[in-house]
Write a protein that binds this ligand. Structure first.
Ligand code: ADP
Ligand code: NI
Length: 218
């Protein structure tokens, strides 16, 4: 198989697996992040697009959130798929490493993506968590997990460990403070930094409007 055929086969596999998923981690998330990754990569030099495309398509293949908190489920599922279509071991290892590192681990936890390909995937994934799409996804996730939209008595927490972040069960508005509003300062590439600023401002406006409506001011 050529690299293009491997990417196509992987896209087909992921589309099949994630169509109709209801938490905002559906096929269209993978599709949008794939397109964003291409937009970001176009502005960078020396990118291995084969790694970017495989990594992006497989980055949520078995997220810990849906596998009892198991952080190795994703890398393992990616390896199984890529081995089944005879992808080189070096490519598999790079993709595994990216999937292991891409997930947000809490407000106090720094991200440590090493390679340019990983940074591009990280930025594309985090862009899809903010802005208008980010707002839609976060309430979809909250609803699917029986979380309340908002409770003024429950304040956000800036988690200092992955374990604390993982087990928190707060309302969805808190997720903006615990993660979404922090993302613009965590982008690696200049392209993503620019796109993130616009999306960030939009979320901030949404929150201002939300609180005004909450208290019956308008
Ligand atoms: P990452 O890929 O950065 O690890 P996740 O898969 O944890 O991100 O989350 C992706 C999206 O799912 C978030 O940006 C958000 O929209 C939604 N989400 C995850 N956790 C929560 C939560 N606790 N409350 C509301 N939405 C959430
Ligand atoms: Ni994702």
């Amino acid at each position: 198989m050529t690299n293009a055929e491997i990417v196509q086969k992987t896209a087909d596999y992921v589309r099949e697996k994630f169509s109709g998923e209801g938490t905002g981690h559906d096929w269209w998330h993978m599709y949008r992040v794939w397109q964003l990754a291409k937009t970001i990569a176009a502005q960078e030099k020396g990118v291995d697009m084969f790694i970017v495309e495989l990594g992006v398509l497989l980055h949520d293949i078995a997220d810990w959130k849906f596998h009892n908190g198991d952080e190795e489920a994703g890398p393992k599922a990616a390896r199984e798929w890529l081995s089944s279509i005879k992808v080189d071991e070096s490519v598999i290892q790079h993709v595994e490493e990216i999937i292991r590192t891409v997930s947000f681990k809490g407000a106090g936890m720094a991200s440590s993506m090493k390679t340019l390909e990983g940074k591009i995937i990280h930025d594309a994934d985090k862009l899809d968590a903010i802005g208008a799409i980010g707002i839609a996804r976060t309430f979809a996730y909250g609803g699917a997990n029986n979380r309340e939209i908002y409770d003024p008595n429950q304040k956000p927490e800036l988690h200092q460990s992955f374990a604390a972040y993982k087990t928190n069960g707060s309302h969805t508005i808190n997720h903006f403070y615990e993660k979404l509003l922090l993302l613009k300062d965590r982008m690696y590439t200049d392209t993503a930094k620019q796109l993130a600023q616009q999306r960030h401002d939009y979320m901030q406006q949404f929150l201002d409007e939300f609180y005004a409506e909450w208290d019956g001011e308008r």
